[in-house]
Design a protein. Structure first.
Length: 169
C-alpha cells in the first residue's frame, strides 16, 4: 500500500483530560500521580508536528524476525556465496528486536519497545501471558471484589464510572 503525505489525516486530541473528568465526578489524577505517570500524559497532550508525523508514517516499515530473514535471503540472491553465513558475516546488523523503521527529512529513525520505555521513563522488560492455565486462581475473587464489588464475576455494565474510565485509559 502506498500513501502520500497529504493523504494522511492525523487526529490530534488530548487523550486524557483530567480536569474534565474531575469536573464530572471521576477524579483519576491521584491514581496516575501515585504511579508517576503525569509526565507521560503531559507528553501525550503536548505539541504535535503534523508534517513530521506524516513524513514518518508514509515511510515507516515494521522490522521483525521475518523481515530480518528476508533481508538475509535478498543478500544471498545477490551473492550466492553468502549462503549459510551469519548476519554479521553478510555485513548486516544482528537482529535484536522488533522495530518500526522510517526516516524524517532523510534522517533514519528507529522506534522499539526500548525507545518507548525510555521516553515514558519506564522499564522495558515485562511480559504478557495470554490464557493463563494456573489452576490456583485465588486472585479471581480479589479482582471481582475490586472491580465489581462482588465475589461473582460481573459485566462491564456493572462497573462504576471510575473503573470504566480506568479501563478505557
Amino acid at each position: 500500500m502506498s500513501l502520500e503525505e497529504w493523504e494522511l489525516n492525523v487526529q490530534v486530541e488530548n487523550p486524557v483530560d483530567f480536569l474534565s473528568l474531575a469536573h464530572h465526578g471521576c477524579d483519576l489524577r491521584g491514581i496516575y500521580q501515585a504511579r508517576d505517570l503525569m509526565d507521560y500524559f503531559g507528553m501525550l497532550n503536548g505539541t504535535t508536528y503534523l508534517t513530521l508525523v506524516r513524513h514518518f508514517w508514509v515511510r515507516a516499515q515494521f522490522y521483525d524476525l521475518k523481515a530480518s530473514q528476508l533481508e538475509m535471503d535478498e543478500k544471498v540472491l545477490i551473492d550466492p556465496s553468502l549462503k549459510g553465513k551469519t548476519r554479521e558475516e553478510m555485513g548486516l546488523e544482528p537482529f535484536r528486536r522488533e522495530e518500526i523503521r522510517s526516516s524524517v527529512l532523510g534522517i533514519p529513525v528507529v522506534i522499539s519497545v526500548d525507545t518507548i520505555a525510555g521516553v515514558i521513563r519506564r522499564a522495558s522488560e515485562g511480559r504478557y501471558v495470554y490464557g493463563l492455565k494456573n489452576k490456583n486462581r485465588s486472585w479471581i475473587p480479589i479482582v471481582n471484589r475490586t472491580m465489581f464489588h462482588s465475589s461473582d464475576k460481573g459485566k462491564y455494565k456493572d462497573l462504576d464510572i471510575r473503573t470504566k474510565m480506568l479501563l478505557k485509559i
